[in-house]
Design a protein around this ligand. Structure first.
Ligand code: GAP
Length: 517
């Protein structure tokens, strides 16, 4: 566990050192849970977005895109339920003045019991070696049974308060924190305030005069921009059910506990698709979209064992199925994407609050109805983080040296080809530039002439550049270069005229998309 935390810390500093992610307003010591993407980060992020956008909009004839404004009419958020119910339960420690999510404090306490059990198992495993039988050990070890009992009791109580009639039982949450003797990690005391609901939406005002100004919200999800445009798109695009609307854009949540780098941010980006369908077909479509989305993730080649579905047992009142796609991050399996069967809740609510008829006339059934919706919703930043975590490697080389390499899927890498002149003379820089001038129209290239070749390779490994080319004396004679592969570090001699055909297909988003079909 500690080792994994170290790896994660290294990934965070690598992101900063190599121009992927910086804390926002870094010169002012940053802003909590807000980040900027640097010169390499923005390229990787754009490639992720392109992979998603094209897999939705290019590969599906019945999915179109939109780009709705971040500001929306305030009634949107009343209708969607966000004004009344988009809350987290918060609690303050009076001594440290630190604020926590009450539910997270309890979940961390449950994780502590699980950790204790796991440690007992690992100790016994070492002691008994091949003869170890985990099931028998779990059923007989006193320490395991004791911690399991504590975990089960806490889990049961927690479920009860979180799912109480009429919403979360806030007093019940506080009582659990007191009974479990949970202390503030900063002050070490149990001097807690009551638990209060905290709305996660950021507010601002629109209008120039204080009197005339109205409160508006920064959108906490992009989905509502799609719902309010359902009629516009369906009519102007003459869309027939089933059809989808896709959107990529910023979303904002005033997260109480923002941790784990870009995993939980206050300003982040979502890629959402709402798929409008005939009522009654939703469970089939839900299953189909689960399959399509999992394939999209696994297509990156990170290994099926690093993904799992987490189907929700408890559903929001308007949903009739929901699952998360979780990825194996250094801090455990974590949600990257949500897939939800949202019935006709959102469209019906907007019809009610706007007074507009939001329906679909089905020519085959000769009737009008409010479509049902399957939503796929993925965070760009979480996807970015999962890719970074999986790609980062500190590789031990045969000569004992360590090279830090990002095994990014070539199609997502910020730079596809680096071109180096062996020396800065004899026309080698000009030749290298000539190669770049030819290839830059096809993929992202970078010219590097500083330091010896070995160091230049390392810098390119660290940003995940899949190919490097070196121009040397022989190039000037026969127009060939050495082409070096990032992952195998193998070098081969190839003609300059072949470079494009060797590289282009491997680094294009199209190559990824073709594997989806
Ligand atoms: N429209 C549905 C919706 O917004 P969600 O599960 O709240 O559902 C969807 O969010 C995805 O957005 C998550 O799976 C996650 O990838 C991303 N996401 C949500 N909150 C985030 C945050 N604070 N920081 C970064 N990504 C976030």
């Amino acid at each position: 566990m500690a080792q994994q935390e170290d790896v994660f810390k290294k990934i965070v500093s690598h992101c900063k050192e190599y121009g992927f992610v910086f804390p926002s307003s870094d010169i002012y010591d940053g802003l909590g849970a807000v980040y900027d993407y640097g010169q390499n980060g923005v390229e990787l992020k754009n490639n992720i977005k392109q992979y998603w956008w094209q897999s939705m909009v290019l590969l599906h004839e019945n999915i179109v895109g939109i780009d709705a404004a971040i500001f929306m009419h305030p009634t949107t958020w009343k209708a969607s339920g966000h004004v009344d119910a988009f809350n987290d339960p918060l609690i303050d420690n009076r001594d440290s003045k630190k604020r926590y999510r009450a539910d997270v404090l309890i979940e961390e306490q449950m994780a502590k019991y699980e950790d204790k059990i796991q440690k007992e198992i690992e100790k016994a495993q070492k002691r008994f070696g091949d003869n170890f039988d985990e099931a028998t050990f779990r059923a007989t070890s006193e320490r395991v049974l004791e911690n399991q009992q504590k975990y089960d009791n806490l889990h049961h109580r927690y479920q009860e308060v979180m799912n109480a009639e009429g919403g979360i039982d806030l007093e019940g949450l506080k009582q659990i924190i007191l009974d479990e003797e949970i202390v503030c990690p900063i002050s070490g005391t149990r001097n807690w305030t009551d638990v209060r609901q905290f709305n996660l939406m950021f507010k601002t005002e629109m209008g120039s005069t204080a009197d005339g100004a109205s409160t508006i919200y920064l959108r906490p999800e992009t989905a509502q921009g799609i719902f309010v445009n359902y009629l516009n798109v369906q009519k102007t695009g003459r869309m027939k059910l089933p059809f989808g609307i896709a959107q990529i854009g910023k979303a904002f949540r005033n997260e109480i506990v923002a941790r784990q780098f870009i995993f939980r941010m206050r300003e982040f980006e979502q890629m959402e698709m709402q798929f409008f369908i005939q009522p009654g077909t939703e469970l089939d479509w839900f299953a189909k979209w689960k399959e399509i989305r999992m394939k999209w993730h696994q297509n990156l080649g990170f290994g099926a064992e690093n993904y799992r579905f987490h189907d929700h047992d408890k559903l929001a009142h308007y949903a009739n199925a929901a699952t998360d796609i979780e990825f194996h991050m250094p801090f455990g399996f974590k949600e990257v994407e949500g897939i939800h069967s949202r019935t006709n809740f959102d469209l019906s609510q907007h019809a009610k609050y706007s007074g507009k008829k939001i329906e679909y006339f089905d020519p085959e059934r000769n009737e009008s109805y409010t479509p049902y919706v399957i939503e796929t919703s993925i965070g760009v930043d979480r996807m970015f983080l999962s890719i970074m975590c999986h790609s980062y490697e500190e590789q031990q080389l045969p000569d004992g040296q360590i090279r830090t390499v990002l095994h990014l899927p070539a199609a997502l890498a910020p730079v596809k080809l680096a071109v180096f002149p062996l020396t800065k003379k004899d026309g080698m820089p000009e030749k290298a530039q000539e190669i770049i001038n030819e290839l830059r129209f096809h993929f992202n290239c970078k010219y590097e002439e500083k330091d010896q070749i070995g160091k230049r390779y390392r810098r390119m490994d660290a940003i995940g550049c899949p190919y490097c080319v070196t121009v040397d004396q022989q190039t000037l004679e026969d127009n060939t270069v050495t082409l070096r592969d990032r992952d195998t570090m193998e070098q081969r001699r190839v003609a300059i005229s072949e470079l494009r055909s060797i590289i282009e297909d491997k680094v294009s988003i199209t190559s990824l998309l073709k594997k989806l079909l």
